[in-house]
Design a protein around this ligand. Sequence first.
Ligand code: SAM
Ligand code: SF4
Length: 325
Amino acid sequence: MNAQLPDQHGRTKRKLRISLTDRCNFRCTYCMPEHPTWLPRAQLLSGPELLRLAGLFIDQGITQIRLTGGEPLLRPDLLPLVDELQGLRSRGLERISMTTNASRMAPVASRLVQAGIDDFNVSLDAIDADTFKNMTGRGIAPVLEGIQALQDAGASVKLNAVVVRGQNEHQVLPLLEWSMQQGLPLRYIEYMPLDAPGHWQRESVVGEDDILAAIGVAHDVEKLPRGADPASPYQIDGHFPLGIISTVTHPFCASCDRLRITATGELYTCLFSRLGTPLGVRMRAGDDDQAIVHLLRRAVWNKEPGYASTPGPVDRPVLMHAMGG
Ligand code: SAM
Ligand code: SF4
């Protein structure tokens, strides 16, 4: 039995999101500025450094890892890294997932499935090509090809869509109906204040109630009992699973079991933390495993209550694309 990673508010951490890179080939309006500044490449953790850090988290009680970014498919050593991660299953790792824009997925989908990625969340904010382009700065065709390639490879796939007022709220119903046709579970995500400073406005948030109202016009919506997932679960027309992550209008901080590390190995215990713990820097300075574990356990214990207690934008230099959503 592995150790447990508790925080001072009685929550136990089980899930770790690892940002493989801060770089991205998309420019989603709600995630990063038009002209982002990338981290110097030399500061990004190497494959072996990431694996060492991931292993220490597993030993402390993490059972699920999600690879994210930036865009994880831009990481040149992604396939060997996924292969190596399999070795952590014998230390307690149960699930390896990926969150991706899928635009570069088609050529590697079957290899990633074979290499042992258990499930994929694909970001798809609109099914209308113009709306998609306006929100992400890129075309939808390679993303749909990527989703198809994952389905062909037998992967477990879910869709994620951030809803921003004035950009894609008219897509809530068409995207739901497309997802139902494809048999791909969908989660809507409220727009959170994690992008470039001064960009997010409360008025731009399309809340859970607005999303439900848009769907309710054409479909039966049944609320299901809430589990450990951050999304409020619903069933559409008696069969289709829909989730809504309503961090802004109904924060779920009390049951949060997640941690995040950036591509430089900085630990953020909450999406909204103002400061991280520079585990990668300490590793490179020569700290041994025991010292890193001490630092990470202390940081987790001190985790803040979360967005529910301090709503609004966070004043910090690390934006969503560097944090790992
Ligand atoms: N590039 C990959 C992708 O887009 O799926 C992985 C990284 S992205 C930062 C991870 C998730 O964060 C995506 O589902 C994205 O829609 C979400 N996200 C980014 N900025 C957000 C924001 N300001 N509010 C809510 N979700 C956001
Ligand atoms: Fe890139 Fe994902 Fe951010 Fe869009 S949400 S800019 S795809 S990291």
